[in-house]
Design a protein around this ligand. Structure first.
Ligand code: TMP
Length: 215
């Protein structure tokens, strides 16, 4: 049965690890699962991701950033998310429209109406049914994210990790506000717990929504 589930949270909240664990569990339950992420998820959107996250692009103005997220999203929804859902698959997406509201809206201070309009335009009514918000204190998230940068030898993607602590606090508070506004869609889980505890909280929430599987 098709289902669209998104994962959200500040840097270092653990959502990427948890998304993979959930995908494995759902597959064991007989579901067909597509895992993807934003910004990115398909070749054109991945190119936009490279521009967005490049630490050298400090001069990028907030409006240009917002429009690039929207452009990447339109391509990703058309190429990956919509076809997978049409084919009856479960789509697990690492960040989606709420990230734009949290980062560009609450974080950068851009107009929420403009963001909502662009989100609608980019996704064409394809809203997630369930959003897992992995919430954790900024200090914990950022220390994990910075450790990851220090250990990585790949492409430099740290533009957002290097933002001021207050920026990340606004993003976290923004996510909590979004979750409070839509309690039926959001499930808030404490991302400061250990990996197995978080995984089991997520699997209970998701299996309760989508049932135990197709087998
Ligand atoms: P990631 O680190 O989870 O892959 O996300 C990449 C960065 O992009 C992260 O710092 C959050 C940021 N982002 C936004 O600012 N707005 C958005 O709409 C999305 C999808 C991500």
């Amino acid at each position: 049965m098709a289902s669209f589930i998104t994962f959200e949270g500040i840097e270092g909240c653990g959502k990427t690890t948890q998304l993979k664990l959930l995908a494995g569990l759902l597959e064991k339950h007989g579901h067909q699962v597509v895992t993807t992420r934003e910004p990115g998820g398909c070749p054109i959107a991945d190119k936009v991701r490279t521009i967005l996250l490049d630490a050298e692009n400090r001069a990028m103005v907030p409006l240009a950033e917002l429009l690039l997220y929207a452009a990447a999203r339109a391509q990703h929804v058309a190429e990956i998310v919509r076809p997978a859902l049409t084919a009856g698959k479960i789509v697990l997406c690492d960040r989606f429209t709420d990230a734009t509201m949290a980062y560009q809206g609450f974080g950068r201070g851009l107009d929420p109406e403009t963001i909502a309009t662009l989100n609608r335009l980019a996704i064409g009514q394809l809203w997630p049914e369930l959003t897992i918000l992995l919430d954790c204190p900024v200090e914990i998230g950022l220390s994990r994210a910075i450790a990851r940068i220090d250990n990585s030898q790949g492409a430099r993607e740290e533009r957002f990790e290097l933002e001021a602590r207050q920026f990340h606090q606004r993003v976290r508070d923004g996510y909590l506000q979004l979750a409070a506004q839509e309690p039926a869609r959001f499930v808030r889980i404490d991302g400061g717990q250990d990996v197995q505890q978080v995984a089991s909280a997520i699997s209970s929430a998701v299996l309760a929504r989508i049932g135990q599987g197709n087998r």
